[in-house]
Every structure is written in structure tokens, then in C-alpha cells.
Design a protein around this ligand. Structure first.
Ligand SMILES: Cc1ncc(C[n+]2csc(CCOP(=O)(O)OP(=O)(O)O)c2C)c(N)n1
Length: 635
């Protein structure tokens, strides 16, 4: 029997000795690899945090003490030792446990995460509650070196250093973000790591003094203070100490005994403490250690070879964007590409390889990425900011205040627009059409397939009058033929794909293909539907939409975005502004609730966005009118 099978809560692991914990660490790794190879998920980060997880739950009185996992993608071992062992098989599956901490899932998940760099602020908030202080509880933020690059993390450190409340920040430093970590802070952390003399001295003195009975503790105290004074001699300026934290480390983050000792030490320290643990991303699974970026997050894979079980049939939208931009960059030296720690995820690796001098990875700093792009645009460059939709949310003020208000030609390439599937509510990109549409000056386009995406990238690069956003779905395209040389599209013009007399299906982006299928289905039942590929949410193709509205008198709008304030709302506003009151409109999209994790197909079906649902809605719209007409005739 595995030790793991005896662990129903952290109380059980507190009964183990260090050797037992080491065995448990191995079993946890095996279990994580076994399950994630089936379900997909964030493998490498979770493998790197196993010993940290065990030591934290061993030393701290969880869930009374609170651990806040930054991003939360490293929390699989935490889930396994906090009562979710049996449900772990259901990781990221519909109805199963989430891939991130969720407050509603367990009292041990003290704070919901998914987006980076929130842990210090959240843990500090907890540490400032009067009850928390009175009861002497501890709040611990566990943050990666990648996530530490964000401004938000520094806002938390800044306030914590000032407030002097009891907060423990554990920096899980594996030198990696998803790709290699970047920036001056990352270089600084490397200097901390490679200046071990002081820390070795500190640990040795600690060890020796601890062995002297009776006077040990007192001597340790005195020595601590003396050593603190010497720190600057050995370490190139301990930034965290200057910010008001007591700094401990760097420690081997895979030595569970050492970690326990260190946590026991910092547990009783008053005021903010930062403990710097060095780990290996993907630890214990050679393939992941060798290629951590690929094993950061992936679909189901073969354990022995690491190859993915399902290979996509078409190139992804990400790839279509990445390749197009890289080749446009060959002919236009003004093009500059910016990513916030996701060169591979956004497809910018192509551009980075071909034009390294015009590629910037700013770290997990979406706000900065947008304002940095705005600055470049003021000097005549053509900046492209490539982000996932849900992470762009963080830079909304920068989009409004720094880009759109000054009408600067920054191009936003917004990947993962719509439902993303297994990552769940923190990652769905379903609000962007709504929150972007309200901002003046911004053009918003969304392609029906990967070839049209390439054309939209060209359009955006040609358009120099102001900001331009292109929003596209996650995953594989439709498998259409790609033009050898994509050409720009007319801005604000839609495309009529099918002409009908009964009802107009107005679709945007990923929903265009589904609308075409729905039209086929309607045709089989004798209903003739127009299908319009809107292409632009802003500006709308007024003429074409008004023509459809008058001709068929029935409009169904379809979008993979929340219904509130989205594309359909834009169409209704247009009809209202133009005084077109007779047209019946049905707006289809995502309801006013946070969607859970499940496959994209399943979620779209739950939102009634399949071709069957669309055809059904169109029929209903027509039927309800017939009923009204009948009623009127009977009156
Ligand atoms: C605001 C935001 N931007 C981007 C991401 C995507 N992302 C998830 S994990 C990650 C890297 C995190 O690196 P680190 O904190 O060092 O953790 P590691 O995976 O190395 O353990 C990134 C960029 C995110 N979750 N949130």
C-alpha cells in the first residue's frame, strides 16, 4: 500500500518522519504524472513544488494558517494531500476538480487563483484581519520567480514591508516562467543564488550554535543579528531586506528536511519574511526537467515518450498569427512584437527568431506591455502586443488611458478569445468583445478561420490611424487553405456568405462556421437563412446589417462572448439608433455566469451555441412571430 493512500489530510502527513515524507514525495510525483498524462494539465510546475507543499503543510497548521498558491498551477500535490486524492482522477474534467485552487472546492484552498502574481496581496489581506492577528495565525504566499516579475507582486511587497504584519512569502525560484524567466529582477535573483558564501556561513553558524545546549537559542539570536550586519558584505544588496522583509535563503527547495527546519524558524518571526527556495521545474520526470516549457501545461501525453496523444488536424490560430507576423516583419522594420512572458503561447517565437532585436518579452507584466507599446507607437514604431484574452483584462486601464485615448496605433493580438476549456473560469476569454467595444477609437476584428486571421494581421499592420484589436479562438483552425501572401481586408466591412430571405444569422469569429452549419440545417427544413461573417465588431458594417434587418426582418446574432454588451448588443444598438424597430432580434452568446472547466465543445453546447441550437433559435424566432401574427389576426 502506498503511503499516499493513508493521507486524508495534512494531519496524517504530520505523523511522518523525514524519510516518510521523502517516500511520499516520490509517490505524489508518480501520481501527478500518471493522472496528468491522462487529463492534461500543468505538470512541470506541480512536480517542482512537491517538497515545498509537504513542508508547508507539515509545519503550518493548515487550514487555520493559510497558504496562497500564486497562479495555483503548482497546487496538484496540495490537492492530493488535502482530501482530494480520490477525486484527483477527475482533474480538469467536466464536473471534476479544478486545475487551480478554488475556495468552494476545499477549506485548504484559501484563495482562488489562475492569474499570476496575486498571492502576496491576498495573503497580506488575510494577515491584516483582526481575527487573524489575535489568533496568531500565519499567512503564506507561495510565488514563483516568474510571477514575482509583475507589478502587482511588488505592490504587495511594498505594502507588506511597510505594515510589518506577519506575512511569509516563499519564492519558488526555478529560473523559469513558462519560458526562461527574464528581466533585471531575474538577474538579481541569480546573483543571490550565486553568492552563497554568506548563506553558507549563516547556516553553519546556526548549526554549530544550535548544538550547544542551554545557550544555543540565545547565541543563535545574537549571531543572527551579527550576521545581518555582515550580509551586505557578501550579498550584492539584499533588495528584499531593504523593502522591510527578513530574507532567508537560498535553500534547496527539494530537501524536505531542510525546508521543515527553515519553516519552523520563520514561523515564529514577527513581521514579513521572505524565504527563497530553489527548485527544478519538472523535478523527478526527466522529460519535463529537460524541456520545462513544453511540460508547463499540456494535453494528455504518453508517459514514456512525452508525445501528445492527440495531434491537431489543422494549424492553430496562434501559429497562423505567429507565422504571419514573422514574415510581415521581414518587409517592415517598424514592426515590434511584445509578449508578457508567453513567447511560445502567443506564437511570437517565430518573430523572436527572425527579428530578435525587435522582440520584447516583458515578463508577467501585461499592464507594462501595453503602455510600453504605446510609447513605441508615439515614435512611429508599429507595436504588436500579443496576449491571451483573459490576461489582457489586467491591462484595461492601459488600453483606455495610454492607447485609445491618445489614438495610438498599437495592435492587440488577442489569443484564447472565447471559452478555453479545461483551465476553466480564470482563463476563459469571454469578456473582451464587451469590454473593448465600449472604448472609443479602437477597431475590433475577429476572423472566421486561420486564413482570415492572417489577413486581419495584415489589415492591422496596414492600419495606422489608431489602435486595432484582433481576437481569435483557442486551438486548431478549421483546416482551410492558407493564402501564400495574405492581403489586407477593408476595415469595417462584413462578408455575406449566404443569402436567404427568412432570417439573417449574423456571426462573429469562431461562430461563423457554426452559423453556416445552422443555415444548412435550416435549409433542410425549408427556412432560408442569410449568413453574415461580421468580421468587425467595431466599426460594424452598418449598411449590410441594416439591409439584412429590413430584408429578412429577423436577426440572430451569434458570438463566443458574453451576451452582455457584446457583438449582439452592438447590433441592437445600431438598429435602435437607426430607428429599425420592426426587426426581431435574438442575441446568442454566453450567459451572465462564470463558466466552469470542461471541454470547449461541452461548454459551447452548455451555452446553446451548437449549430442545432442556433437553428432552433432561428426557428423559434420565426415561430413566435407567426404566433403573434395569428393572435393579431384573431383579435
Ligand atoms: C496575469 C497572468 N499572465 C500570464 C499568465 C500565464 N502564466 C501562467 S504560469 C506562468 C509562469 C509562472 O512562472 P512562475 O511563477 O515562475 O511559476 P513556475 O511555473 O515556474 O513554477 C505564466 C506566464 C498568468 N497565469 N497570469
Amino acid at each position: 500500500m502506498r503511503l499516499l493512500d493513508t493521507i486524508d489530510s495534512p494531519q496524517d502527513l504530520r505523523k511522518l518522519d523525514v524519510a516518510g515524507l521523502e517516500t511520499l514525495a516520490q509517490e505524489l510525483r508518480d501520481e501527478i504524472i500518471r493522472v496528468v498524462s491522462r487529463t492534461g494539465g500543468h505538470l512541470a510546475s506541480s512536480l517542482g513544488a512537491v517538497e515545498l507543499t509537504l513542508a508547508l503543510h507539515y509545519v503550518f497548521d493548515t487550514p487555520r494558517d493559510k497558504i496562497v498558491w500564486d497562479v495555483g498551477h503548482q497546487s496538484y500535490a496540495h490537492k492530493l494531500v488535502t482530501g482530494r486524492r480520490e477525486r484527483f482522477e477527475t482533474l480538469r474534467q467536466c464536473g471534476g476538480i479544478s486545475g487551480f485552487p478554488r475556495r468552494e472546492e476545499s477549506p485548504y484552498d484559501s484563495f482562488g487563483t489562475g492569474h499570476a502574481s496575486t498571492s502576496i496581496s491576498a495573503a497580506l489581506g488575510m494577515a491584516c484581519s483582526p481575527e487573524f492577528i489575535e489568533e496568531g495565525r500565519r499567512a503564506i504566499a507561495v510565488i514563483g520567480d516568474g510571477s514575482l516579475t509583475a507589478g502587482l507582486a511588488f505592490e504587495g511587497l511594498n505594502q507588506a514591508g511597510h505594515l510589518k504584519r506577519n506575512l511569509i512569502v516563499v519564492v519558488n525560484d526555478n529560473r523559469m516562467s513558462i519560458s526562461k524567466n527574464v528581466g533585471a529582477l531575474s538577474q538579481y535573483m541569480t546573483r543571490l543564488r550565486t553568492a552563497p558564501t554568506y548563506h553558507r556561513l549563516e547556516s553553519e553558524v546556526w548549526e554549530i550554535l544550535g548544538k550547544i545546549p542551554a545557550i544555543g537559542e540565545k547565541a543563535r539570536d545574537l549571531a543572527s543579528r551579527a550576521l545581518e550586519g555582515m550580509r551586505g558584505v557578501f550579498v550584492p544588496g539584499v533588495l528584499f531586506e531593504e523593502l522591510g522583509f527578513k530574507y532567508y535563503g537560498p535553500l534547496d527547495g527539494h530537501n524536505v528536511g531542510l525546508l521543515i527546519e527553515a519553516f519552523e524558524r520563520v514561523k515564529h518571526i514577527e513581521g514579513p519574511v521572505l524565504l527563497h527556495a530553489m527548485t527544478v521545474k519538472g523535478k523527478g520526470y526527466q522529460l519535463a526537467e529537460d524541456d520545462a516549457p513544453r511540460f508547463h501545461g499540456l494535453g494528455s501525453f504518453d508517459k514514456a515518450t512525452g508525445s501528445l496523444k492527440a495531434s491537431p488536424k489543422a494549424i492553430s490560430y496562434t501559429e497562423a498569427f505567429g507565422r504571419t507576423l514573422a514574415s510581415l516583419g521581414d518587409d517592415d522594420e517598424a514592426i515590434v512584437a511584445i509578449t508578457a512572458a508567453m513567447p511560445a503561447g502567443t506564437g511570437l517565437t517565430h518573430f523572436a527568431k527572425r527579428h530578435p532585436e525587435r522582440f520584447f518579452d516583458v515578463g508577467i507584466a501585461e499592464q507594462h506591455a501595453v503602455t510600453f507599446a504605446a510609447g513605441l507607437a508615439t515614435e512611429g514604431m508599429k507595436p504588436v502586443v500579443a496576449l491571451y484574452s483573459s490576461f489582457l483584462q489586467r491591462a484595461y486601464d492601459q488600453v483606455i488611458h495610454d492607447v485609445c485615448l491618445q489614438n495610438l496605433p498599437v495592435r492587440f493580438m488577442i489569443d484564447r478569445g472565447g471559452v478555453v476549456g479545461d483551465d476553466g473560469p480564470t482563463h476563459h476569454g469571454v469578456f473582451d468583445l464587451s469590454f473593448l467595444r465600449t472604448v472609443p477609437n479602437l477597431v475590433i476584428a475577429s476572423p472566421k478561420d486561420e486564413n482570415e486571421l492572417a489577413a486581419m494581421v495584415c489589415t492591422a499592420m496596414d492600419y495606422n490611424e489608431g489602435p486595432f484589436a484582433v481576437r481569435y479562438a483557442r486551438g486548431a483552425g478549421l483546416g482551410v487553405r492558407m493564402d501564400f501572401k495574405p492581403t489586407a481586408l477593408p476595415v469595417g466591412k462584413a462578408e455575406r456568405l449566404r443569402s436567404g430571405t427568412d432570417v439573417s444569422l449574423l456571426a462573429i469569429g469562431s461562430m461563423v462556421a457554426t452559423a453556416l452549419e445552422a443555415a444548412e440545417e435550416l435549409a433542410r427544413g425549408g427556412v432560408h437563412a442569410s449568413v453574415i461573417n461580421a468580421r468587425f465588431v467595431k466599426p460594424l458594417d452598418r449598411e449590410l446589417i441594416l439591409e439584412e434587418a429590413v430584408r429578412t426582418g429577423h436577426i440572430v446574432t451569434i458570438e463566443e462572448n458574453v451576451i452582455a454588451g457584446g457583438f449582439g448588443a452592438a447590433v441592437m444598438e445600431l438598429l435602435q439608433a437607426e430607428g429599425v424597430y420592426g426587426t426581431r432580434v435574438r442575441v446568442l452568446g454566453i450567459p451572465d455566469e462564470f463558466l466552469e472547466h470542461a471541454s470547449r465543445a461541452r461548454l459551447l453546447a452548455d451555452c446553446r451555441l451548437t449549430s442545432d441550437d442556433i437553428a432552433g433559435s432561428a426557428r423559434e424566432l420565426l415561430r413566435s412571430e407567426r404566433n403573434v401574427l395569428k393572435e393579431e389576426a384573431g383579435r
